[in-house]
Ligand binder design. Structure first.
Ligand SMILES: [Zn+2]
Ligand SMILES: [Zn+2]
Length: 440
């Protein structure tokens, strides 16, 4: 071995130590998120999930309505209506945990729920509930035949549910509690609320939560193994070159690796600069929050255009976006079609700029798109720009927000439509939260 080889070995060892320390630190940070403070119980989370499954299975969104924020309910209703029009149903099956040692699996459904982080954001409290199960999630046609092509039928699935509750909620309101399950008045027994009709029991602290957002990730055994091998395929030849090749050959693998990390570094540096410019003005701004807004708002405009109901989303769009939506040829990057459903996976910050008293944020949005004609899921990347009035602060989690009517002072839930139920005044959402400015 030459000195050069030894130097390389030291660098590789240092890198390995760095990776280990990083992994340990991340674990620590993750566990700090867990907090049980005033959180919705795991039992209620399971109950809500089963209601959603039933709503999909029976194509009846109202089954889950009482548990959902108006945002979430609108999006569930739109999705089920779209499926219903094509005679398609979504089936979510929770199966027992598979066993590898050959013993018979128990019949117990594998669904487990843990409490994630708890936070207060402006007018909302939010709690993250982390569910996971083994099972299947697929579509069937009107004859009950499976449309979804993927054949992995017992994947491990993780769902992040986010429940929100108004911070102004007080215990004095509990006289008015009605059962979310059957709609009858609840009786109070100490810190429990019980339904005399359907026997559901709630903790007082559980009660006002409603589900505002969920995000599913699937672990597929077959693909994850192949993916784990990929770095090895690159690293092993690189090592062979380092130790057995001529000294200059070391640079052959080093060049693409350095180039790769440099691009990632530059990208994240730019991203951090943009985000910190915003956080300086609005300490609660977060990419997670923008990801949830992207999912909700892009679905909102899709269904408004699909259902010829554009006027309803006008308050959630800038004039530029609204004009674009009115163009018959504009298909929202292919997302408009009634043979696809989609959900936002992640977003990345691209640009932040200001003009004429408006803040603009451009993000790259990565979507999972399911196509009913092919039965396949694919990935798609689009770019979206959001706008809000300069000076507006993030004051809601997942965009679940109550606004005071500027005309009659009534409190309006602007999740579904930005209009006062009492006096008919339309609320211009750009004064309260991010609205869509462009999708391209
Ligand atoms: Zn009941
Ligand atoms: Zn009003």
């Amino acid at each position: 071995m030459t000195y050069f080889n030894i130097a390389m070995l030291i660098i590789v060892a240092a890198y390995a130590i760095f990776v280990i320390i990083y992994a340990v630190l991340m674990r620590k940070i993750k566990s700090n998120f867990s907090q049980d403070n005033n959180s919705i119980t795991t039992d209620i989370t399971k109950q809500v999930f089963y209601k959603i499954i039933e709503a999909y299975e029976k194509a009846e969104p109202s089954i889950a309505k009482n548990w959902l924020s108006s945002n979430y309910y609108e999006s569930l209703k739109n999705e089920i209506n779209q499926l219903n029009a094509k005679g398609i149903r979504r089936i979510i099956e929770i199966k027992p945990t598979p066993v590898e040692d050959g013993t018979a699996p128990s019949d117990e459904p594998s669904l487990t729920v843990a409490t994630g982080f708890y936070m207060e954001e402006g007018k909302n409290k939010a709690v993250q509930m982390l569910a996971s199960y083994y099972g299947d999630d697929y579509y069937v046609d009107s004859n009950g035949n499976r449309i979804t092509k993927a054949t992995y039928k017992n994947d491990h699935r993780s769902i992040t549910f986010i429940f929100v509750k108004s911070v102004t909620h007080t215990d004095s309101e509990k006289e008015n509690y009605i059962c979310k399950n059957c709609g009858n008045p609840l009786q109070i027994n100490g810190d429990k609320l019980s339904c005399p009709y359907c026997s559901t029991i709630y903790n007082v602290g559980d009660y006002d939560w409603s589900l505002a957002y969920d995000n599913t990730s699937v672990e597929r055994n077959n693909t994850s193994k192949a993916k784990a091998m990929l770095p090895l395929i690159i690293i092993i030849p690189a090592f062979l070159l380092m130790f057995f090749g001529a000294w200059w050959m070391t640079f052959i693998p080093a060049i693409p690796i350095c180039a790769y990390f440099t691009t990632i570094f530059m990208k994240s540096k730019k991203m951090k600069e943009n985000i910190s410019a915003l956080v300086a003005k609005d300490s609660l701004f977060s990419l997670d929050g923008m990801s949830q807004r992207s999912d909700r708002l892009i679905k909102k405009v899709k269904y408004a255009k699909l259902n010829n109901n554009l006027l309803q989303v006008k308050p959630f769009c800038t004039e530029h976006m609204y004009n674009k939506l009115q163009d018959d040829k504009y298909d929202i990057c292919g997302l408009l079609h009634d043979n696809i459903t989609f959900s936002v996976n992640t977003i990345g910050m691209r640009q932040y700029f200001e003009g004429d008293g408006i803040q603009y944020v451009t993000v790259e949005v990565k979507l999972s798109v399911f196509n009913f004609n092919t039965g396949k899921e694919s990935k798609q990347k689009i770019t979206a720009t959001f706008a809000r009035k300069d000076g507006v602060q993030t004051n809601s989690y997942c965009g679940v927000i109550n606004v005071e009517c500027p005309n009659c002072m009534a409190s309006i839930d602007v999740g579904e439509k930005a209009k006062c139920d009492y006096c008919g005044t339309t609320i211009d959402m750009i004064n309260y939260d991010w609205v869509l400015h462009d999708i391209f």
